[in-house]
Design a binder for this molecule. Sequence first.
Ligand SMILES: *Cc1c(COP(=O)(O)O)cnc(C)c1O
Length: 378
Amino acid sequence: MTTFLPFSKPTIDEATIASVAETLRSGWITSGPKVAEFEKQLSAYFGGRPVRTFNSGTCTMEIALRIAGIGAGDEVITTPISWVATANVILEVGAIPVFADIDPITRNIDLDKVEAAITPKTRAIIPVYLAGKPLDMDRLYAIAAKHKLRVIEDAAQAMGSTWQGKPIGSFGDFVSFSFQANKNITTSEGGCLVLNNEAEALLAEKYRLQGVMRSGWDGIEVDVLGGKYNMTDIAAAIGLGQFSKLNEITAHRRKLAQHYFATLGKDFEAQTGAQLPPAEFQNTNWHLFQIVLPERITRPEFMEKMKAHNIGIGFHYAPIHLFKLYRVLGFKEGMFSVAERVGKQIVSLPMFYAMNESDVERTCAAMVEVLTVSVALR
Ligand SMILES: *Cc1c(COP(=O)(O)O)cnc(C)c1O
């Protein structure tokens, strides 16, 4: 019997575990020197842009919206195919979510549809880089400049991805990353926000900790309503260990993705009716390896049959506009047909740093069996 292959699993090396233990013994376990060091290293990676860490990659986006002054009456355009957090932050600041359908090939927001959705009330775009695949970043920022819109990049999945050789996060407007357990690098839970200048960074610090600003030994002032979103040194110790391996992690994931394509072969789509992701190895960090299933098998049936082969399958994502919270705002079926079709049949195959090529082969063999043999007669 083979062992169970999950769709994702974090790898924390022994040096990182030792660093976490050292932090726990140090007597300083909340935000402190490790957070400062992590922010310093991240900032260097992002070309010297200011970076602040947080306890999630959700509050980062909410805080970016607050820094941009976006709130009641403002429209923010985003994709229906993302983790629900992406749209929830728009509601959280009292703004109006506006969805634009996705591109069926990249599964990212379709920039033609973004342009069509812009109104005089539009203030910002929150693009998502699904599976770590960036958009056409030149076109995204040309649209934003033309219509004077802020961009809050939901780069939660895109740590290590690039655009024309530059890391995602090293250019642009606000860029938000998540370090949740399944992301390419993790802090268990956490996130960071790349900002444009020190004034924004200072505001981010205030929103992160009750709006408090300190000066001298006892000077304390509160002038904005902040929350409690700071990262701990325990989390930052994990993050520093993970970040030191970013290049290895990205290279290994690209190799695994390449092996998926090579193993499935060029006839896989024609033989099964499934749709592979775009074979792009320059920019994408391959956070996920996602396929769209043919109509003749349902996602639960596929997941169950793969489970019988001891293989875990992930699911990212259900269309956000069809959740009850969004339906009551007037969104309904038929509004974003590509997102609805893709959202119904998309699955994520196993993809993580500790996987090897034989795990890829095992997954492909099981998948071909499930898609061609067991459901061939329908
Ligand atoms: C993980 C993720 C988030 C949320 O990040 P958290 O750190 O879990 O808050 C938001 N958007 C996308 C696309 C994600 O993948």
